[in-house]
Design a protein around this ligand. Structure first.
Ligand code: ATP
Length: 264
């Protein structure tokens, strides 16, 4: 494989076990890879390292052979990045935000921008401050995809999108894959990973833990990969498993199989 996105032994240590540690990961040209991990596992930190927003303590992150930190200006122009949360002045309108992003990336394909805006039924004229969560997310998606980048880093891309828009997003990523784009996509949504990705890599407590074909992501197998083999046992045993103020319900008795048959 000729990797486009590559991490080699990357560590960013925030202390107290927080951060990412010795990450090695390669995404080949035209591959769509899902990046799965529990809350706080290190997905966004990895994305930010790849965008050159933060500098690794150790190891090397590169995209297309360019060092993500040393060549960050070029990386940030070239890569379509959808952050977990849009960072922009709240007073800005959506249109001004898209203009700003297009100017920053030197990408000004007005037709594609209009097509994406229509596809997601987005009216970008409002001030970002007044937009709903899903509308802001659509704005971020249009900004990330409008330059037709050949590399996309998408951090929880369907967060806040309604079901129809989630489906449209899956269709868009499939079209980008057919176009040959290389994509790393973090997600908590199994259907989205199954619908778009070739394979999934798992991160636990800042370390890559396992890898699976997207087609093999059953719920139980994924829970195990995310939290460990005893995940479900630990969940039920944990004091936090009871909903505050609600007495825990006794476990439902398993229906005894009748020896007389009598199925209806
Ligand atoms: N600037 C920072 N300073 C200190 N700790 C940080 C910083 N950024 C991230 N962390 C810590 O690094 C760990 C990984 O965070 P990250 O945001 O990458 O998680 P995530 O996998 O994206 O989680 P989620 O699914 O909740 O979005 C967390 O413990 C987080 O608190």
């Amino acid at each position: 494989m000729n990797p486009v996105i590559e991490l080699r032994g990357v560590t960013k240590d925030y202390g107290a076990g927080r951060g990412v540690f010795g990450l090695s990961l390669a995404v080949g040209r035209g591959e769509v890879v899902g990046f799965l991990g529990a809350n706080g596992a290190g997905k966004s930190v990895t994305m930010r390292l790849l965008m050159g927003f933060i500098r690794a303590d150790e190891g090397r992150a590169s995209i297309g052979g360019a060092d993500c930190f040393a060549d960050r200006a070029a990386i940030q122009r070239r890569v379509g990045y959808l952050p977990g949360e849009l960072a922009c002045p709240a007073d800005m309108t959506g249109v001004a935000f898209l203009d700003f992003m297009a100017a920053m990336r030197g990408a000004s394909d007005a037709r594609r921008r209009a097509e994406l805006t229509a596809f997601f039924e987005l009216d970008p004229r409002a001030r970002i401050r007044s937009m709903s969560k899903g509308t802001k997310q659509k704005l971020g998606i249009v900004a990330a995809f409008m330059g037709a980048p050949d590399v996309l880093l998408l951090d929880e891309p369907t967060s806040g999108l309604d079901l129809l828009m989630q489906r449209r997003f899956v269709e868009l990523v499939r079209a980008e894959r057919d176009r040959g784009a290389t994509v790393l996509l973090s997600s908590h949504v199994l259907g989205e990973v199954e619908g778009t990705c070739d394979r999934a890599v798992f991160i636990r407590a800042g370390r890559l833990s396992s890898e699976a074909r997207a087609a093999d992501l059953t719920l139980d197998a994924t829970l195990e990969r995310l939290y460990g083999a005893d995940a479900l046992d630990r969940h039920w045993a944990a004091p936090g498993a009871a909903v505050p103020g609600v007495a825990p319900a006794p476990p439902a008795p398993v229906p005894a199989a009748s020896s007389k048959g009598g199925s209806r």
